[in-house]
Ligand binder design. Structure first.
Ligand SMILES: C[S@@+](CC[C@H](N)C(=O)[O-])C[C@H]1O[C@@H](n2cnc3c(N)ncnc32)[C@H](O)[C@@H]1O
Length: 353
């Protein structure tokens, strides 16, 4: 086969752009850790000397960071004044951790997951897994920050109301288990929205449970919102009105066992809500910018995590609705309904009755 010169050049150009993005990712993490974006947002356009003074950092390092940021169009540069600044949109993405456009968690997750590349090389050769606890702590922190914007936008306002009768039940006072809760972002969003209900988050990653309990205390939610280090198949069978799995079923070694346990744990008329990354059933459906992020996260973190657990089902983060439906059916749920869908997520609902 002959190489088409023009197509080769275009493809090299694209790959070169991706090299720039990959290198810039570590610089985004630095800017976040050192408060460079936040200082630019609060101070307005600044020279490298001004930004270094504001953040207690070294001017020469900061000058080069700013130039790299400008080349990535992550900050704006004004040649006449020599100042760098953030547009409102750049500030929303890089300087507002609690905002719904924040992307800092995604960069943190990408950089931290990459630290496991040597151990993943071994796993790829041997077929062994790599658990959440074996990653740099930036993986769980970055994951919590990565999902927060989507949960803050959709969980309480759209996803829960899309489930039959669940919002009403939570308003009256219900018991909710949030399984695979990580740092408890989703658990605390629900706890704030439904003050008559109680919430327990379960995750088998102890550092995440520690972070979640600290956050619940700090937020004044500890009375109604607590977290326990438990696996998806051994949380208490206490009659939960809602058992939620957010972006975690595919990480589990035994998703069928986890859903079977959830089914036994439900109160009469209770609901299981599974939120998973949105995906079509065919690989070709997912060859998109969203699928690119989730397939990459899946290969680096989710699939190795599942393979590290018993059964090792390795659903992958882009399993698709049909495959997930099979998992529900194998767990004994007769009917599953796609209750909602957003650009990045789909919400599946199942009940015992
Ligand atoms: C992608 S993270 C999602 C975390 C959280 N739901 C969020 O959205 O931030 C997957 C989570 O599933 C947890 N997990 C994986 N396997 C588990 C299991 N068998 N039992 C309980 N938690 C599990 C991991 O520790 C991790 O916190």
């Amino acid at each position: 086969m002959r190489v088409d010169r023009a197509r080769l050049e275009a493809f090299v150009e694209r790959a070169f752009g991706d090299v720039g993005a990959a290198m810039t990712a570590s610089l985004v993490v630095l800017g976040d850790r050192l408060g460079l974006y936040r200082a630019l947002a609060s101070n307005g356009p600044s020279t490298s000397a001004e930004l270094a003074a504001l953040t207690g950092t070294s001017e020469r390092h900061v000058r080069e960071w700013l130039r790299a940021q400008a080349a990535a169009f992550y900050v704006d540069y004004d040649h006449a004044s020599g100042r760098y600044g953030l547009s409102p949109e750049q500030a929303a993405v890089f300087a507002d951790d609690s905002g719904t456009a924040c992307m800092l968690g995604g960069f943190q997750l990408a950089v931290a997951a990459g630290r496991a590349v040597d151990r993943l090389e071994d796993s790829f050769r041997s077929g062994a897994g790599l658990g959440w606890h074996e990653h740099d702590r930036g993986v769980s922190e970055g994951t919590a920050r990565f999902f927060r914007p989507a949960y803050a936008t959709h969980l309480v306002g759209t996803w829960i109301p899309s489930l039959g009768g669940v919002a009403e039940r939570l308003e009256r006072g219900a018991r909710v288990a949030d399984v695979g809760c990580g740092h408890g972002v989703s658990t605390m969003l629900m706890a704030r929205a439904f003050p008559a209900s109680t919430f327990t988050g379960f995750d088998d990653h102890e550092p995440s449970i520690g972070a979640a309990n600290r956050a619940a205390h700090a937020a004044g939610l500890a009375g109604r919102c607590r977290f326990e280090a438990r696996g998806a198949k051994d949380f208490p069978l206490e009659g939960w009105d809602l058992v939620a799995f957010l972006d975690c079923l595919h990480d589990m070694g035994d998703p069928v066992g986890a859903l079977r346990h959830a089914r036994r744990a439900l109160a009469d008329g209770g609901t299981v809500m599974v939120v998973e990354p949105r995906a079509g059933d065919a690989v070709t459906d997912n060859l998109t910018p969203v699928g690119r992020v989730y397939y990459a996260a899946s290969a680096l973190v989710c699939t190795p995590a599942s393979l590290a657990q018993e059964v090792g089902a390795a659903l992958g983060a882009q399993a698709g609705e049909s495959r997930l439906g099979e998992v529900f059916a194998a767990a004994g749920f007769g009917h599953v309904r796609k209750a909602a869908e957003t650009r990045h997520h789909m919400v599946l609902e199942a009940r015992t009755t």
